[in-house]
Design a protein around this ligand. Structure first.
Ligand code: 13P
Length: 299
């Protein structure tokens, strides 16, 4: 199926009182795991990659965003459920422009270290370019805190101010607004305290789809409640990488791979292949979230 606009997926979700999931991938198996789960559950889905990871300054090998965009687009075109392709949270505008050229039909710029005026200017420019290409633009007003698993601590964030957010939406013309309502990025230990009153206030003042990032750290019942209040896109990342890591760790703990044919462990795809097992583990986690946010059978 050809790529579908992220806006179309979100508007349908809003009308149907469910949310569409953005499940952040990092390689071939992980992105296929997302579409495996979406096809199995007949759910619309947003696939994609994190710009802050693909473009991270810590990378020892520089990645080419074109490879990721083309991979995502090719996968979307061969599955039987509606798919949008998002280049999420990139710190460089240039990467987002290249992403649009490479097949992504949704983009998000992350600019927490710049002034509001500059953030508006950049998003307005992105929207102008994106509109002519059928690309959606998402942006966040406020700031999610980040959890740090090593120190079991959470950084400071800033909840979304409804008036500031309404002003930003009006000034920029973005398609989707990510909000900070108690949700926390990367949270694996404990659960975030979601501010439902703030979601209600935001829904009154903002007339575009609202997005809840940090899906990993939101309890099941709270996710359902947030969706019922009109949150129509939910982002999930960390729990997918955790499922992948746990699967590989379990495999290595239980098998003496030095005595095994490496092709059976990597690449043959049989029941000895640890990367297939990891893909299945990620798909299972995606399926779990799809059921919680209610997008099953909404393809
Ligand atoms: P988590 O990694 O906390 O699930 O958040 C993902 C996310 O919000 C990506 O934008």
């Amino acid at each position: 199926m050809a790529l579908v606009s992220m806006n179309t997926l979100m508007q349908k979700a809003l009308a149907g009182r469910y949310a569409v999931g953005y499940f952040e991938a990092w390689n071939m198996e992980s992105i296929l795991a997302v579409t495996d789960a979406a096809e199995k559950t007949q759910s619309p889905v947003i696939i994609g990659f994190g710009g802050q990871f693909i473009g991270s300054k810590k990378r020892t090998i520089t990645e080419n965003i074109h490879h990721y965009g083309q991979l995502g687009k090719a996968i979307a075109e061969t599955v039987n459920v509606p798919v949008a392709l998002l280049l999420n949270e990139a710190h460089e505008v240039d990467m987002l422009l290249k992403g649009m050229d490479s097949g992504f039909n949704a983009v998000m710029f992350e600019g927490h270290d710049i002034s509001m005026e500059e953030f508006i200017r950049i998003n307005r420019q992105l929207v102008k370019i994106a509109k002519g290409r059928d690309v959606c633009v998402e942006a966040e007003v406020g700031k999610l805190p980040d959890a740090d698993i090593a120190s079991d601590s959470i950084s400071d964030g800033k909840k979304t101010d409804p008036d500031e957010a309404a002003f930003f939406v009006k000034q920029t013309g973005i398609d989707a607004l990510a909000v900070s309502v108690g949700n926390v990025h990367l949270l694996e230990t404990g659960k975030a305290a979601i501010d439902f009153a703030l979601i209600k206030e935001l829904r009154k003042k903002i007339n575009i789809p609202l997005v809840l990032h940090g899906g990993t750290g939101v309890a099941e019942e709270e996710l359902k409640e947030a969706v019922a209040l009109g949150m129509c896109k939910v982002n999930v990342g960390t729990s997918l990488k955790r499922a992948y890591l746990n699967s590989i760790q379990e495999y290595l703990n239980n098998n003496n791979v030095s005595k095994m044919d490496p092709h059976n462990v990597i690449g043959r795809g049989g029941n000895m292949d640890m990367l297939c097992a990891a893909r299945e583990a990620v798909a299972k986690e995606v399926e779990r979230f799809i059921k919680i946010i209610g997008s099953e059978n909404k393809a």
